[in-house]
Design a binder for this molecule. Structure first.
Ligand code: ADP
Ligand code: ADP
Length: 232
């Protein structure tokens, strides 16, 4: 089963001589309850693809289906609800609310959705990213690495079906990075969540079940790690 399906996505920035074809007829199936990495050179369209799959940006043509919902032609309100209830984001730029503490930032997406955190899972996530002693700090009182850990934890606390992560370990030291990747792995293996992660780092991609390679706005290859049951 596919958690996210894209067909014939194109996206062009600018026009005429200045046109940049960020996506050229991209079709992809993101397997449910699997960890998919997206790799490729800088400028190959990775972020654009992820933003379109996540419903944060729209393609010029093509179709995207996330879980039960066809994004194409969806109203803004429905799109916002889908993002809130079904999807989690981890961005390179952390997007933390500066006036809120780490704890308040972690709980914000759930609060906006009118849901409560599972206290046991909250503790697991906070422990795993090593934020126990920083929960009452505001973002400005945290290092870049700590802010990224808050951003990662925030996406995990609400246990969304699909998590989109753009270089989630880019700002972390290798040990914390490995912990975060282990946590993402656990989300897939223990909770059946679906993860799509953009990364430059082959070591990070090695945690994934499959890797999609983009070049110049096209998927040039996909690679799947064999699983125990031989099915991906
Ligand atoms: P990647 O994530 O692989 O680095 P991007 O998806 O960010 O690639 O970008 C793909 C191409 O689209 C690049 O050539 C980039 O310069 C261009 N691009 C991305 N966003 C914009 C934008 N908002 N306006 C104009 N060009 C853009
Ligand atoms: P709308 O575009 O309808 O105002 P929002 O921008 O509030 O909806 O986005 C809804 C959800 O998507 C929020 O939970 C927000 O965290 C997330 N989101 C949207 N755009 C971005 C972005 N550029 N960076 C990070 N998160 C985003």
């Amino acid at each position: 089963r596919a958690a996210v399906v894209a067909r014939g996505l194109t996206k062009t920035y600018g026009s005429g001589d200045a046109a940049v074809h960020a996506l050229r007829d991209v079709s992809v199936d993101i397997a449910e309850a699997r960890f998919t990495a997206v790799m490729g050179p800088s400028g190959s369209g990775k972020s654009t693809l992820m933003h379109v799959l996540a419903g944060l940006d729209t393609a010029d043509s093509g179709e995207v289906t996330v879980g039960p919902a066809r994004l194409t032609g969806m109203k803004d309100k429905e799109l916002t609800r889908l993002r809130r209830d079904y999807v989690g984001f981890i961005f390179q730029q952390f997007n933390l609310v500066p006036t809120l503490t780490a704890r308040e930032n972690l709980l914000l997406p759930l609060q906006l959705a009118g849901r409560k955190a599972d206290p046991a899972w909250f503790d697991v996530v906070v422990d795993a990213v090593g934020l126990g002693h920083r929960l009452s700090h505001r973002p400005s009182e945290l290092s870049g690495g700590q802010q990224q850990r808050v951003a990662v934890a925030r996406a995990l606390v609400s246990r969304p079906q699909v998590i989109f992560a753009d270089e989630p370990t880019g700002n972390l030291d290798s040990r914390t990075g490995a912990e975060v990747l282990g946590l993402l792995r656990a989300c897939v293996d223990d909770f059946g969540q679906t993860i799509v992660m953009v990364t430059h780092d082959p070591m990070s991609a090695a945690h994934a079940d499959s890797v999609i390679f983009l070049d110049d706005g096209q998927i040039v290859s996909t690679m799947a790690r064999p699983t125990a049951d031989g099915v991906l």
